[in-house]
Write a protein that binds this ligand. Structure first.
Ligand SMILES: Nc1ncnc2c1ncn2[C@@H]1O[C@H](COP(=O)(O)OP(=O)(O)OP(=O)(O)O)[C@@H](O)[C@H]1O
Ligand SMILES: [Mg+2]
Length: 951
């Protein structure tokens, strides 16, 4: 029997479909939408037996008739743990039928990430990202889009309440993006089926595009009609009324009742109406069981084994499980088909409710025993491990090491393929098996890992238990590392440090590489929290002692960032960072830490372009792995660098994807994203939007004393100053200064807080303190040799020192900044110079710097500064053109990015895949860009984008 054959009905095929015209009309409309490329989504809901599958089949037929390709799949009760079971039903056969060339085409671009799931013949690698689940999702989405390119596509999903979680994640992901695709997605579900993945199911239904179809019961005339169809003659009214009353218009109940009546050769006449009412109670289950029992014990046991084996029952296995020889088993199957229990020629039930009726009759121990035997039989026949595992999940724990082995192996495979939920389920069951010496530590470790991947809170606890149970020091240390990472993710830094310290102590030397990782992780955890800082001291000291001789890239990068923060000049630390990154890739987690340290060290030495290239690389790698989290992380950090150089549009475009996950993904802390975004918004004068971003932060000074919060403090302080709430800003900056001191961070390239607080203090009257602080910053910036911060500090000094010193200071600031990539700071200094000259009455000298300030500020997208330069220009007596942002300037960050990529020759699809958005989004951005640039087509883009600003 084929695996994915949709159930064809036997006797009811000839039944007319009644009272579903309106529903079918909606489905037809949705299909038409889909064909137009606008996407269609319907969720068909209703109680068991009401006719969901029937309408779905009808919808698929409609779609086929309109020339759509159709894919279908169906959840089953027994197989809800089959990883990507539904997805595989949808795609596997379709893909297997293709010629290799066509298959490669279909699985090209981001779709290749779906290869390991949908291509049974292999040949595709499991994605190498930190979380395969999101990569696979991305891949499946693009596979769907590629298929829809070949022609409009209808996807029919029956019984989604029994879908496996990974498949359902795909369906939800697709549902949210179906709008721009030539895809019709129709899903059926029972509203309240126990054990269903309700959240995911509800999410599909709440997509704005989703059309809900709720099926109701059939009215009496329809019931009459169906009675006539089944019993072969017009029923007398009271008989028909009895059928309606007994089934309340539920078509399945009716169908079963009629099968019963037909078997008993009951005539549809009034005198038999009583009989209908006595047969009906107990519904489907009673009726099915009655019919099966009448056939005798062999039919009963064959039906039971078919129910235990589920949709994949093959005849020999079912016969063996039933304890029957092949011939009587085959006779029993035929008999079961004749009474409308099995689909003729198969061991498949005509309806899931029929299977449930048979299955529910088995005492639960007996069912569990049969599942255990079934597992062995399937394994002997060489069936896929997941099928075996599905049986084992339902089998009684029996202390069997083989069971543990199978489940453990399948759990690992599921995890690697992006089905961590399933992996967790398998591992739970393996732990419950109760073998004498279970590999408990390993099971717990894998379980913890799977739970961390599904963001389940117990993940870290589980890992810690595994840690305690692991005897071998090296393995233990490895588990310790995983535990600490999970704890860090949950914000339990102190506990993470405990575990790391213990692991290091236990390991005591034999594995320098592992010790290096543990140490680097311990330092990273400890130096990010003021309360834990002291725990890094000894380790940092030893790093300093080893210095240049360190080979381990992570330790080297750790030393690099520590040095660049405290040792003058910053180049010494940055050189180490350069060495650290000249190293083959490590694991995704380790690479993330390595890049973070190294890029920060480079930024600390003003090597912005180098740091940016690191994040470029990380972005590319994340793209290749299809990892949206890694992509978000790298883009966010790249945005931080763009903010420093004044490429505000680029920064904003980089923050778009992370903004969507902000707060929802612990791997990307809120402040990482919020801080650079706040800067951008301030420069554009969008203070309210910036304020909203921090609405639930409170005064700010009470933020946790963690290193990432420094950036939050800085950005909120800037916001308060921009809002004119100077005292609040000053208070925040004082707090920031105190913390930086406590963290031991002296390099102003980390946070130039003194240059910020100085001018603010001077405004509120504390000029002496202001001068002192700014002078200190000038000195530090010289010492660390960071020209950007030196220029910034000199400009600040001009604002706090007496007026006669200002022009010289500003000239010096300008001459330093103009040689750096920090264009926005250059614009700020040169504008300040012009404004000061205007103020001092040197109006004509002021014009040139002001023009330059205006031009550079515009190019950066810094509208507030551009406006200031403009109005000072007016004050200087120049007559600059009116300041309007049009053409290239008026593009939003995302429009600009998409337009640049399109101008570079990339297709919409390539752009969408690269930016983790849909093609529709790309099209939207391009259309807006064309309008603003006043062009009609893609080919005009390169020229239009090169047009100088304001023309
Ligand atoms: N509107 C209808 N007119 C005639 N027969 C119908 C109608 N709806 C359903 N049926 C018949 O009733 C039976 C049950 O329908 P179906 O299997 O579609 O129910 P379901 O809602 O999918 O149930 P479940 O929740 O168990 O999956 C089928 O034999 C089907 O052909
Ligand atoms: Mg159904």
């Amino acid at each position: 029997m084929r695996l994915h054959e949709p159930v064809e009905e036997s006797k009811t095929v000839g039944w007319p479909l009644l009272e579903r015209e309106a529903e079918l009309a909606s489905l037809r409309r949705l299909a038409a939408r889909a064909v137009r490329g606008e996407g269609g989504l319907a969720v068909i809901e209703g109680p068991p037996g009401i006719g969901k599958s029937r309408v779905l089949r009808e919808a698929a037929a409609v779609a086929r008739d309109t020339g759509m390709q159709t894919l279908d799949c169906r959840g089953t009760e027994l197989e809800r743990q089959l990883p990507f079971g539904l997805v595989r039903q949808l795609f596997e056969t379709r893909i297997a039928r293709l010629e290799p060339g066509a298959r490669d085409e279909l699985l090209s671009g981001a779709a290749r990430l779906a290869g390991p799931i949908v291509c049974a013949t292999g040949g595709y690698d499991v994605p190498a990202g930190p979380e395969p689940a999101s990569s696979v999702l991305h891949g499946l989405y693009w596979l769907t889009a590629n298929l829809a390119d070949l022609g409009p596509l209808a996807i029919a999903v029956d019984d989604a309440h029994w879908a496996d979680a990974p498949s359902l994640r795909y369906l939800t992901f697709l549902a949210n993006r179906v709008q721009g695709l030539a895809v019709l997605l129709v899903v059926t579900r029972r509203p309240s089926e126990p054990g269903a993945e309700i959240e995911l199911l509800d999410e599909i239904g709440s997509v704005p595009l989703a059309h809900a179809i709720r099926l109701g019961a059939l009215a009496p005339p329809s019931v009459s009609e169906l009675v006539r169809a089944a019993l072969g003659r017009e029923p007398e009214p009271s008989f028909a009324a009895a059928c309606h009353e007994a089934t309340r218009g539920n078509p399945l109940l009716l169908r079963e009742l009629l099968a019963d009546l037909a078997q008993a050769e009951c005539e549809p006449v009034s005198r038999n109406a009583e009989r209908v009412l006595t047969l009906a109670p107990g519904g489907v289950a009673r009726s099915v069981l009655r019919r099966v029992r009448r056939l005798g014990p062999e039919a009963v046991s064959l039906a039971s084994s078919a129910a235990v084996l589920g949709t994949r029952a093959d005849a020999p296995t079912a016969a063996r499980l039933a304890g029957l020889d092949p011939a009587p088993a085959s006779d029993a199957a035929d008999a079961l088909a004749r009474i409308d229990v099995l689909v003729p020629g198969t061991l498949e039930f005509v309806h899931p409710i029929v299977r449930t009726a048979i299955y529910a009759e088995l005492p639960s121990r007996e069912a569990a025993r049969l599942h255990g035997i079934a597992a062995r039989l399937l394994a002997e026949r060489g069936r896929d491990g997941d099928e075996v595992a599905a049986q084992l999940l339902a089998a009684e724990p029996a202390g069997d090491p083989w069971t543990v082995d199978v489940l453990h192996g399948m759990a690992r495979r599921a995890r690697a393929r992006g089905a961590p939920e399933v992996a967790a389920r398998y591992l739970h069951r393996a732990l419950a098996e109760g073998t004498a010496e279970p590999p408990r530590a390993e099971l717990l470790r894998d379980l913890g890992g799977a739970e961390v991947a599904t963001a389940k809170p117990h993940g870290a606890d589980r890992l810690r238990q595994a840690y305690e149970l692991t005897a071998d020091p090296r393995q233990r240390a490895q588990v310790g590392l995983e535990t600490a990472r999970a704890l860090t993710l949950h914000g339990d830094l102190a506990e993470a440090a405990d575990v790391l310290e213990r692991s290091l102590a236990d390991l005591d030397g034999p594995d320098p590489e592992l010790s290096g990782r543990l140490e680097a992780e311990l330092i990273a955890v400890s130096i990010s929290d003021l309360a834990l800082r002291h725990r890094a001291d000894a380790h940092v000291m030893s790093l300093f002692e080893e210095g240049e001789t360190i080979r381990d890239p992570l330790r080297l990068a750790t030393l690099a960032i520590v040095m660049a923060s405290v040792i003058e000049p910053a180049a010494t630390g940055a050189d180490l960072a350069e060495r650290a990154v000249r190293h083959p890739p490590l694991s995704p987690e380790e690479d993330q830490l390595l890049y973070l340290h190294a890029a920060n060290a480079l930024v600390s030495a003003n090597r912005f372009e180098r740091a940016r290239r690191l994040w470029d690389q990380a972005v590319d790698r994340a793209r290749h792995a299809g990892s949206v989290t890694a992509f978000g992380f790298a883009s966010t950090l790249r945005a931080g660098i763009s903010v420093r150089t004044g490429a505000l549009g680029e920064a904003e475009a980089d923050l778009r994807v992370p903004l969507e996950t902000i707060g929802g993904d612990p791997r990307l802390p809120f402040t990482f994203v919020a801080a650079p975004l706040t800067h951008v918004l301030i420069e554009r004068g969008e203070l309210e939007a910036a304020d909203r971003l921090h609405a639930d932060v409170g005064p700010g000074t009470d933020l946790p004393e963690r290193i990432d919060q420094n950036f939050a403090l800085e950005s909120i302080a800037r916001l308060r100053l921009a809002q004119g709430r100077t005292e609040e800003g000053v208070a925040l900056l004082r707090e920031l200064g105190r913390r930086l001191e406590a963290f031991g961070i002296r390099n102003p390239a980390a946070v130039a807080w003194r240059s910020l607080i100085g001018p603010a203090l001077a405004r509120v009257g504390d000029r002496d303190e202001a001068r002192e602080l700014v002078a200190e910053e000038v000195q530090l910036a010289r010492g660390f040799d960071v020209p950007r911060e030196l220029g910034v500090a000199l400009r600040a000094q001009a604002l706090v020192e007496p007026e006669d010193a200002a022009v010289d200071l500003l000239r010096e600031a300008v001459s330093i900044l103009e040689t750096t990539p920090a264009r926005l700071e250059h614009a700020r200094a040169v504008t300040e110079l012009g404004a000061t000259l205007v103020h001092l009455g040197h109006r004509s000298d002021a014009r040139e710097p002001l023009r330059l300030g205006l031009d550079v500020a515009r190019r950066c997208g810094a509208s507030v500064l551009a406006e200031r330069a403009h109005s000072e220009l007016v004050a200087s007596g120049a007559r600059p053109r009116r300041l309007v942002f049009s053409g290239v300037d008026s593009l939003t960050a995302s429009e600009r990015r998409v337009a640049d990529m399109a101008a570079g020759g990339r297709t919409n699809r390539e752009i969408a895949q690269a930016l983790f958005v849909t093609e529709k989004t790309v099209e939207g951005h391009l259309l807006h860009a064309y309008r603003k640039l006043e062009i009609g087509s893609r080919s005009e883009l390169p020229r239009a984008l090169r047009r100088p600003a304001g023309e």
